[in-house]
Design a protein around this ligand. Sequence first.
Ligand code: FAD
Length: 465
Amino acid sequence: MTQPVVLWFRRDLRLADQQALAAAVVSGAPVIPVYILDDESPKHRKMGEASRWWLHHSLVSLDADLQVLGSRLILRRGKSDAVLSRLVEETGAAAIHCIRHYEPYWRNAEKAVAKALPDGCDLKCHDGNYLLPPGSVTTGSGGQYKIYTAFMRALWQHMPPAQPLPSPAKLALPVYWPASDALSDWDLLPVKPDWSGGMQQMWTPGEHGAKARLDAFTDKAKSYDERRNLPSVDGSSFLSPHLHFGEISAATCWHATMSAGGSVDVFLKELVWRDYAQNVICQFPEYGSKNAREGFDKMPWRDLADPAVKADYTAWTKGQTGYPIVDAGMRQLWATGWMHNRVRMIAASFLIKHLLIDWRAGEQWFWDTLVDADYGSNAVNWQWTAGTGVDSNMFVRIMAPLSQSEKFDASGYIRQWVPELSDLREPYIHDPEEHGARPKGYPRKLIGHKQARERALAAFAVTKG
Ligand code: FAD
């Protein structure tokens, strides 16, 4: 009897351009696909609630696609090394194939799995979730890049990425199927209250949903550069959760966009940001919790244990700051699990600089509420905004939310997400309080821009001292 191999799915929930699946198929062995819900490996970052909602639907979709091939997805829960070594004992598997992941907790889990497997069974890790394997783009002297622009130029020399692999036409099936958990027992979906209505409307998790998003985007990719910064129009690709869960590969997105023709470099450079973030967390595994610039360890952030500060933080999370663009973004995030990139920058900057609250509190909120919450991308962008990162905006560059709102023509976006303001015309809608047009039921600003700026700069001076 041919020994089977295990295909260990994680954030790579697709059949096309899935390098671990392709290697398993080439081996000729029967394939046992498995997904493990691991909240237990040491220091594992438990997935946020919005991500868990996405995961549920993505696993349903993956299982359905495997069933078309006569296969199925085995579900298990627990510490990856313990679960996989038990599965190998049960099935007599000769190898485990997986796509390599670069979050520090996944790297640790991979080491633990390799150590725990019985003799005769190897862990075979493949690359495939990024344009190039993180860590592989090096400087002339063999070092790692810290600055995005230099990294991007170096990576660009190796582009385009390899042509995507097709989905397999068939899979060799095992004689014996190991037992699987029932997905419904994992309680990944919210109940009482079920807050997922807006997410259900906006998203179709899974490989087919990803493909549909990409197809829709390639038609408008040429206008990406003009439209991506305008929150009132759908100018970006909406691929981030699909890319995060690996329902589509970055190489597939690259090639599809290139073949759409026209000037698409600006979009492709955004895909490079995703690779860059992984390169940063490879060098600084604690990037999600530690200032890269240590001077910021002395920053006198306002203390969240103080009820007044906590109230400001809560107002930010609920979109009740009195700054329409910030409130629209935070409400979009809560309703759909996604926020426009420009507005993410404005909302993050507002928390850090206007409210003087530690970026890590915001990073955690995004982690819990974004459907694309990604350890590397989230940490890199929060540290970029805070000025604490290896490559970052200077702290003293304080974004003015009200002028950003006008500059990027956010009135349609505000009307959509802050209905209390939907009757206001330009320019009142961007700053109703200033124009004496604040409707009842819409809050006053938590703090004025000038006062916030002065407080932030004074706090920053402490880090210099
Ligand atoms: P598009 O503009 O169509 O870009 C295409 C793809 O490129 C995206 O899907 C994404 O995979 C990648 N990309 C684009 N911009 C960035 C970027 N700045 N950094 C890394 N990758 C990028 N993105 C996440 O995927 N996960 C996160 O947890 C995340 N947290 C963020 C936190 C803050 C404070 C900020 C300012 C940005 C964050 N981003 C994060 C980056 C960016 O906002 C989203 O990737 C983008 O808005 C997703 O929308 P889209 O797919 O339409 O992007």
